[in-house]
Design a protein around this ligand. Structure first.
Ligand code: AHM
Ligand code: MG
Length: 335
């Protein structure tokens, strides 16, 4: 059992030896993400002031005009990881292609690649609603000493070494797993320190919340329509309650704490749904399974999918185990 109030820095050091490939590199990488998270948190917190600052002609230290927050978050995460020379490659939802990282005194020697959605929930950025960052870490499959290749990024979710998210909410939290359960850390903004606040997070086995964009109901497959009707039926512990923020990280985080299911199915207007397998679904699936929840595309586990392209989309059903299993039953029955 982890001690509450441990700082994230202490926690990373204490748990380094429990990690099977421990060489300190993963710890350094998570530390770099921790730092970038604080920088992005600072930017997110002053998002509402951008117009005011802009109006008085404020520019950043490079003399550039204020940037859109998602672009800024992308730059901060990539720059932090590059500066610390801790990964050999990065793929980001914001970039068309992956980035290969090398420096003169570090000839492709690092072994990890990071995949990141720097600021997810973009429609919520301008309206003061929670957004998040999602990250996923793999060991490269190409030999150390060579440049990274596409296949280093197109690994199935099962191969993840670590995954996590940062939720910029009423408080800022960093939640992550290295395959040994899920732990959540809350930022004390006065000190700039993350403290272990949610040790060993677990989805309740079942719950009463369903999260889906019901505005798309008419476009959904029959199985999803049937499941939504099931959620709304007055029977047993139902009807369930509907909660949809439109920020995957926030919807997931709430459902993990309270018990619930998140659905972004395919539809007649989005053939494979909306969410990205590599930047959104795989990391959330790894966290979900580590937290005794479940994640599937409606039929099969998300983490068993063999990716074919960087920006691939997949339908996503994720949350409390029994609820995801029930949704899968409806999908199968309507197939
Ligand atoms: P984004 O990567 O462009 O921000 O899109 C991902 C977001 C998720 O956080 C959220 O759950 C979903 O899109 C909401 O989509 P919609 O507005 O179609 O319901
Ligand atoms: Mg996204």
């Amino acid at each position: 059992m982890h001690r509450k109030n441990t700082t994230l820095g202490e926690f990373i050091i204490e748990n380094q030896s429990s990690f099977q490939y421990s060489s300190g590199e993963l710890s350094k990488l998570i530390n770099a993400i921790r730092l970038a998270a604080k920088v992005v948190n600072h930017e997110v917190n002053k998002a509402g002031l951008v117009d005011i600052i802009g109006a008085v002609g404020d520019t950043n230290i490079q003399g550039e005009d204020q940037q859109k927050l998602d672009v800024l978050a992308n730059e901060k995460f990539i720059q932090t990881l590059i500066n610390r020379e801790i990964v050999c490659g990065i793929a980001s939802e914001e970039e068309d292609d992956f980035i290969s990282i090398n420096s003169s005194d570090n000839q492709h020697q690092n072994k990890y690649v990071v995949l990141i959605d720097p600021l997810d929930g973009s429609s919520n950025i301008d309206v003061n609603v929670s957004v998040g960052t999602i990250f996923s870490i793999y060991r490269r499959v190409t030999p150390i000493g060579t440049p990274v290749a596409l296949k280093d990024f197109l690994q199935p979710g099962r191969a993840q070494i670590a995954a996590g998210y940062i939720v910029y909410g009423t408080s800022t939290m960093l939640v992550y797993t290295t395959g040994d359960g899920v732990n959540g850390f809350t930022l004390n903004p006065a000190l700039g320190t993350f403290y272990l606040s949610h040790p060993n997070m677990e989805f309740p086995e079942t719950g009463k919340i369903y999260s889906v964009n019901e505005g798309n109901y008419v476009h959904f497959p029959q199985g999803v329509k049937d499941y939504i009707k099931y959620c709304q039926k007055e029977e047993g512990d139902r009807p369930y309650t509907s909660r949809y923020i439109g920020s995957l990280v926030s919807d997931f985080h709430r459902n993990m704490i309270k018990g619930g299911i998140y659905l972004y199915p395919k539809s007649s207007i989005a053939a494979e749904g909306k969410l990205r397998l590599l930047y959104e679904c795989n990391p959330m699936a790894f966290i979900a399974e580590q937290a005794k929840g479940k994640a599937s595309n409606g039929f099969d586990p998300i983490m068993d999918i063999i990716p074919t392209e960087l920006h691939q989309r997949v339908p996503f059903f994720c949350g409390s185990k029994k609820m995801v299993e029930k949704a899968e039953e409806f999908m199968k029955a309507a197939k």
